[in-house]
Design a protein around this ligand. Structure first.
Ligand SMILES: NC(=O)c1ccc[n+]([C@@H]2O[C@H](COP(=O)([O-])OP(=O)(O)OC[C@H]3O[C@@H](n4cnc5c(N)ncnc54)[C@H](O)[C@@H]3O)[C@@H](O)[C@H]2O)c1
Length: 258
């Protein structure tokens, strides 16, 4: 897609970097010669992905992005090496499923903390390390723009991602661009959880029923895969998108068109 070295000497921070979309994003940035700082809370997943990618330009950091202490420690390590952050990919996110009447405050707080507070903390403490031409890419979701049952809290958090993106685009212009990508239904662990939950709670009879419901609403007729989202992230961070800021781009096979 691009020249091999377009991100050479660029430091790219990817939160949730050990997950489905995050690891595909780390891999693609590495392929384009970036120095990648993978941030994730899950030690085991980090170990696996480190082994799989086995790349000299990959550094991994085990931290919880909802902890300001963890986040500050992480950026202090970068600042101590006198490095800049060229691109910050706020990808870490969690989803649970429940009807609003059954949703616990604990569940609400978990989703808001990771999807919004974590993004805020990772952004706030990166700002002093940005330079002219840096960018932030936040991961929202089709759930922000298309209502669905069982995920009112998740939908609200992902709408929040879009609001945060727009406000930050104003605050950081003209030096730093801030955009979001809204993935549709992506083949990762996250959708398996939803399939299992819907069957367990009697909303659908089988995996086939859940998948039919989803696929019927995707004009391209297929799920998108983590590397499709990674390609979009890399593209929006590149100079090819130098005139785009405050935008949210759908990568949903047409499921969302606004
Ligand atoms: N999979 C989908 O269908 C889909 C659709 C739309 C949007 N998204 C969004 O894409 C992003 C990535 O999702 P995914 O499907 O790759 O999920 P995933 O579960 O595979 O990856 C998420 C990663 O975030 C990490 N994480 C969670 N809480 C954390 C914390 N407090 N601190 C640090 N790391 C933490 C997890 O350990 C995990 O590795 C999320 O923001 C998600 O909401 C996913």
């Amino acid at each position: 897609m691009f020249k091999k070295n377009i991100f050479k000497n660029n430091n790219v921070v990817v939160t949730g970097g050990a997950g489905g979309i995050g690891s595909a994003t780390c891999e693609l940035f590495l392929n384009y010669s970036a120095n990648v700082y993978l941030v994730d809370k899950d030690k085991e997943k980090i170990k696996k992905i480190k082994k799989k990618l086995k790349h000299p330009k990959l550094q991994t950091f085990n931290l919880d992005i909802t902890s300001e202490k963890d986040v500050k420690n992480f950026y202090t390590k970068i600042a101590n090496k006198k490095l800049n952050v060229h691109h910050l990919i706020n990808n870490a996110g969690v989803a649970t499923l429940n009807l609003c009447k059954d949703l616990s405050v604990k569940e609400w707080d978990l989703v808001m903390n990771v999807n919004l507070k974590g993004m805020f903390l990772m952004t706030k403490h990166a700002i002093p390390l940005f330079k002219k031409g840096s960018s932030i890419l936040n991961i929202s979701s089709q759930a922000a723009r298309r209502a669905q049952k069982f995920t009112a809290h998740y939908n609200a958090s992902k709408m929040g991602v879009i609001g945060f993106t727009r406000a930050l685009a104003l605050e950081l212009a003209p030096d730093v661009r801030v955009n979001a990508i809204s993935p549709g239904t992506i083949g990762t662990d996250m959708i398996n959880n939803e399939i299992n939950w819907r069957i367990k709670h009697g909303w659908d009879k089988s995996k086939y029923d859940v998948e039919k419901d989803w696929l019927d609403r995707i004009p391209l007729g297929r799920y998108q895969m983590p590397d499709n989202i990674a390609k979009a992230i890399v593209a929006v961070c590149s100079n090819q998108f130098s005139e785009t800021t405050g935008e949210t781009i759908n990568v949903s096979g047409g499921a969302v068109m606004e």
